[in-house]
Ligand binder design. Structure first.
Ligand code: FDA
Length: 503
């Protein structure tokens, strides 16, 4: 404790000495004695499992408003041996952006959130503290036919999301968010600011999907915006087990990947009262007149009718998806940072390579029985995702994949007993799925962070140990990531329980 206290004092003194006097850095620094410390810390915490009285708390939170202040935070942390955790939107499934072994500092980028859209060149610069909702909102203020292919939940931060890939409704047409990044500004492990040209292509490759808190602090991303038609169509068709949901999911496995890339037809499995529910949710880049015959031809079993469909602009579709298909919701929901889902949850992911039998699908409903709340989001591949090389960025899950599954199990009771119980049941569901998903390795998505698949040691981690989880997230790209990390951060300054190690 005494040591932690000293490093904290030294760290603060270092920060104040590096302050350039135009703005007092003391107003941007929160220590546990600061009255607003807890509210600043808790503001973006999504997973309440990591907001208990026994969760380790940062000695200091720094919320820079200028890049120089973020640089000073990196340099002083390094000098005074404080671990650093970078936080943008705070959505990390395992809380790694704000929980670490003591002593540590949280570099919270919430005040660095400027977004500049250039409709002339179809590009945008977005600072890491901005959310997806803020980005979408700003794009929509400039154009009805420009968009960006990233996640659905508006409060997700671009800092973490783009560092791990980032997929959403446009991914069959345009790939991942990280596939559409064309430049970036980062602070490297020495505290220097670098752009694409000065960091070099290897380093630039690694930050687009190689995981956060590993290759530097991303301050801003430059994006290539994509085209969408002025009118898109969406629908959400729910079917219970009694309404033949299991057979429809089985059939969908043969359809989803082969649909034209203008159509994303996701299936979300959940629990409704005592029965299982499959929601067939779609975004189509075109009007209902084209969508209906297409669905009639490719997936007549769903029985889609015109009344199920709603035409709107792309930005309205983002809002509608974000609010679980509510009607007439204001666009302001996109810029409301309080609108997010918060709860106790455990997440996992899987990649399915061949269709799962109907009998095996039935067993999923059995596993849902003991759960309070569960979502299994099945996202079909194909389209652009099958065309991009698995080596183009660190995210490797491309052509052979039929669909991805994101598991999210949530519960209300905030006790450690409840957590243990529901995490146990999540693992049971995941174990049940073992025969039906990718193998050797069983692949996973780094943005659905799951510490069950392997972890680093607190200090030194060998290549061999990190490879256990590393190849699940990154496949054959893991070795190149280790190579880049060793070059750009040889002392492993930026690290967490699942950061690619320097060796
Ligand atoms: P957070 O700030 O917690 O950061 C996540 C990780 O990146 C941490 O390791 C952190 O240290 C690091 N990091 C953050 N900012 C950084 C920076 N500027 N530079 C370097 N490292 C940085 N995913 C998806 O693909 N599609 C989706 O639709 C969704 N939807 C979704 C909904 C909800 C409710 C949740 C909780 C999560 C998702 N996700 C998702 C997963 C999401 O993409 C993932 O959690 C991202 O890492 C979150 O990024 P944040 O910046 O919000 O998190």
């Amino acid at each position: 404790v005494a040591l932690a206290g000293r490093s904290h004092e030294d760290f603060l003194q270092c920060l104040s000495l590096s302050s350039d006097n135009t703005l007092s850095i003391s107003t941007l620094v929160y220590a546990p004695s600061t009255p607003s410390y807890s509210s600043v810390l808790e503001f973006t915490i999504q997973n309440l499992r990591f907001n208990t009285s026994s969760t380790p708390k940062p000695l200091v939170i720094v919320t820079p408003t200028k890049v120089t202040e973020a640089q000073a935070t990196v340099s002083c942390s390094r000098k005074h041996n404080m671990r650093i955790r970078i936080r943008s939107g705070g959505h990390d499934y395992e809380g790694l952006s704000y929980v670490a072994p003591l002593p540590f500092v949280v570099l919270d980028l919430i005040n660095l959130r400027t977004i500049t859209i250039d409709v002339g060149s179809n590009t945008a610069w977005v600072q890491s503290g901005a959310t997806l909702g803020e980005l979408y909102y700003q794009i929509s203020q400039k154009s009805r036919t420009l968009a960006f292919p990233a996640g659905v939940c508006p409060t997700v931060g671009v800092g973490g999301h783009f560092s791990g890939g980032g997929y959403g409704l446009l991914f069959r047409k345009y790939g991942l968010a990280a596939d559409n990044i064309i430049d970036a500004l980062i602070i490297d492990a020495k505290g220097n600011v670098r752009d694409r040209a000065s960091m070099g292509e290897d380093h630039f490759w690694a930050i687009r999907g190689g995981g956060g808190n590993t290759f530097g602090v991303v301050i801003a991303w430059k994006l290539r915006l994509v085209q969408v038609p002025p009118t898109v169509t969406l629908f959400s068709v729910p079917r219970t087990v009694e309404q033949n949901a299991t057979n429809l999911i089985y059939r969908w496995q043969f359809v989803g990947k082969k649909l034209p890339q203008d159509l994303m037809l996701q299936v979300i499995l959940s629990k409704s009262n005592t029965t299982g529910l499959a929601s067939f949710n779609a975004l189509f880049l075109g009007g209902v007149d084209r969508l209906l015959p297409l669905m009639q031809e490719r997936f007549p079993e769903l029985g889609l009718v015109k009344e199920d469909c709603r035409e709107m602009s792309w930005i309205e579709a983002q809002v509608t998806f974000a609010t679980s298909f509510a009607s007439n919701v204001s666009l302001n929901v996109l810029i409301n940072r309080n609108s997010s889902f918060r709860g106790n949850f455990k997440g996992k992911s899987d990649y399915v390579m061949t269709p799962i039998t109907e009998k095996a699908l039935e067993g999923i409903w059995e596993n849902f029985r003991q759960l309070e709340s569960v979502n299994m989001v099945m996202t079909p591949y194909g389209g652009k995702m099958s065309e991009i090389s698995p080596y183009s960025i660190p995210f490797p899950h491309r052509a052979g994949v039929l669909y991805e599954i994101g598991y999210a199990v949530a519960w209300i009771e905030g006790t450690s007993n409840a957590s243990q119980r529901y995490i146990g049941l999540t693992r049971k569901l995941y174990n049940y799925m073992t025969p039906y998903v990718s193998k050797n390795p069983r692949a996973a998505y780094v943005n659905y962070r799951d510490l069950d698949i392997g972890m680093n040691n607190e200090d030194y981690t060998s290549y061999r140990q990190a490879r256990v989880w590393g190849i699940k997230y990154f496949g054959n790209n893991f070795d190149r990531l280790v190579h880049v990390k060793t070059k750009v951060d040889p002392t492993n300054f930026f690290r967490n329980e699942q950061s690619v190690p320097a060796v």
